[in-house]
Design a protein around this ligand. Structure first.
Ligand SMILES: Cc1cc2nc3c(=O)[nH]c(=O)nc-3n(C[C@H](O)[C@H](O)[C@H](O)COP(=O)(O)O)c2cc1C
Length: 354
C-alpha cells in the first residue's frame, strides 16, 4: 500500500525539531562535522591509531599531535609519523605550532600538500618546551603577532584554518575575547577554547565564563574545552556557554568510547546501552594491533604501555600483578599475550560496562 502523504511529510513540530538539529551541526569550511563532540589534540596521545579509534566511536573531528613549523625537524621518525594520515577519515586535521608567521605559512602549505584538509594552530599548549620558544599559549600575550600569524596562514592555504587557545595569558590577562575577535577577522574558521589561562597550566578547574563571553562575540563555531568528562557535563557546558561543540581530551584516555556516550546524550538525551566486556576487550586488542603496526616493534611496545595503563585503570581497577606484567613485557608478542590473558579473564567475569 502506498504511504499516505502524512506518513512521509514531517509535522510542523517535527520540522521545527529537525531545523533545530540542523542548526546544531557544526560546519568548518566545506565540512559538516558528523558530531559536535571532538577529540582534543594531545601530543603523545592523539596519534593516528587513537584518532581513528575515537572517530570510530563518534568524535566529530580529531586533530593530529602538534607538528613544529620548523621544517628542519621534519626528517625525524617522530615528525614523519605525526604527518601520516593514511586511512584516516576526512577531514584530516593537522595541528601546527610555531611563532614565525612565514614558517607557519610554509608548514601549513606543505601539510596541505601531504593531505591535511584543515590546519589547526596551537596557541593553547603551556608546555615549557613550546613556550620556551614562545609558541603555543605564550603567543597570547602578543596580539599583533597572533594577527600576523593567523593572516599569513589563512592566506597561504585554501583549506580552513582553525585555532586552539586558552582563555588568556594569566588570570589578570584573560584576553580570550580579543584573541577570538582577531581570529575571526583574520579568516579563522573555528575556535577551540580551553577554559584555563596559560599560567593555570592544568591546575584548578576550568572556567566557562570566558568561553561564554567569546561565543557571544564571534560568529565562527566555538568549541568549549576543559574538564569535560561525562555526557552530563558536556550538556551543562554547552548550555552555559552556548558553544557550538565540546572538545574532550583527558577523559578519552583509556575510554575512547566516551564519544559514543556523549553523542547519544546530546542527540537523544539517552544513555547508550552499555558495551559488553567482550566488545571492550576486542577494542583494546585491536588498538594494540594498530599501535604495533603503526610504530613497529620497539616503539610499539613502549607506546602501547601508556594506553594499557589507562585501560587498566579504567576497567581492571589496576591490579598490581596485571599492571606489572603489561608494563614489564619487553616485546609486542609478550605484551599482547598478557593483554589477552588479563582482558579475557576480565571479560569472562561479567557482562556490560561502558
Ligand atoms: C598529554 C597532553 C598533551 C597535550 N598536547 C596538546 C597539544 O599538542 N596541542 C594542544 O593544543 N593542546 C594539547 N593539550 C591540551 C588539550 O588539548 C586540552 O586542551 C586539555 O587537556 C584540556 O582538556 P581536557 O580537560 O578535556 O583534557 C594536551 C593535553 C594533554 C593532557
Amino acid at each position: 500500500m502506498p504511504a499516505s502523504p502524512r506518513a512521509v511529510v514531517a509535522s510542523p513540530v517535527q520540522m521545527i525539531s529537525l531545523r533545530v538539529e540542523e542548526q546544531r551541526l557544526v560546519r568548518i569550511g566545506p565540512y559538516t562535522l558528523p558530531s559536535r563532540v571532538v577529540l582534543a589534540p594531545m601530543a603523545g596521545v592523539t596519534d593516528r591509531p587513537f584518532r581513528v579509534l575515537c572517530r570510530r566511536f563518534g568524535a566529530g573531528l580529531a586533530a593530529s599531535e602538534m607538528i613544529t613549523a620548523d621544517q628542519r625537524l621534519w626528517h625525524t621518525p617522530k615528525s614523519r609519523q605525526r604527518m601520516n594520515h593514511e586511512g584516516e577519515p576526512a577531514p584530516r586535521v593537522v595541528q601546527l605550532t610555531g611563532a614565525d608567521p612565514n614558517a607557519l605559512a610554509q608548514a601549513a602549505r606543505a601539510n596541505v600538500a601531504l593531505g591535511a584538509e584543515i590546519i589547526d594552530l596551537n596557541m593553547g599548549c603551556p608546555a615549557k618546551k613550546v613556550c620556551g620558544r614562545a609558541c603555543g599559549s605564550a603567543l597570547l600575550c602578543d596580539e599583533s603577532l597572533v594577527a600576523r600569524i593567523l593572516e599569513a596562514v589563512v592566506r597561504a592555504v585554501d583549506v580552513p584554518v582553525t585555532l586552539k587557545i586558552r582563555t588568556g595569558w594569566d588570570r589578570e590577562h584573560r584576553n580570550g575575547v580579543d584573541i577570538a575577535r582577531i581570529a575571526e577577522s583574520s579568516g579563522v574558521a573555528a575556535l577551540a577554547v580551553h577554559g584555563r589561562t596559560r599560567a593555570d597550566f592544568y591546575e584548578g578547574v576550568a572556567e566557562y565564563h570566558t568561553i561564554r563571553a567569546i561565543k557571544a562575540r564571534v560568529r565562527i563555531p566555538v568549541f568549549a574545552n576543559g574538564d569535560i568528562g561525562t555526557p552530563q557535563k558536556a550538556r551543562e557546558v554547552l548550555d552555559f556557554t552556548g558553544a557550538d561543540g565540546v572538545m574532550i581530551g583527558r577523559a578519552s584516555h583509556g575510554a575512547p568510547w566516551i564519544f559514543r556516550a556523549v553523542n547519544a546524550h546530546l542527540r537523544e538525551g539517552i544513555e547508550t546501552p552499555a558495551l559488553q566486556r567482550t566488545e571492550l576487550r576486542d577494542i583494546i586488542l585491536d588498538h594494540l594491533d594498530a599501535l604495533y603496526s603503526f610504530y613497529g616493534e620497539e616503539s610499539g611496545v613502549r607506546i602501547a604501555r601508556k594506553h594499557l595503563g589507562w585501560y587498566c585503570e579504567q576497567l581492571l581497577g589496576s591490579p598490581a600483578h596485571a599492571r606489572r606484567e603489561l608494563m614489564g613485557a619487553a616485546d609486542t608478542a609478550a605484551q599482547f599475550a598478557h593483554a589477552v590473558k588479563h582482558f579475557d579473564h576480565w571479560a569472562s567475569v561479567a557482562s556490560a560496562w561502558a
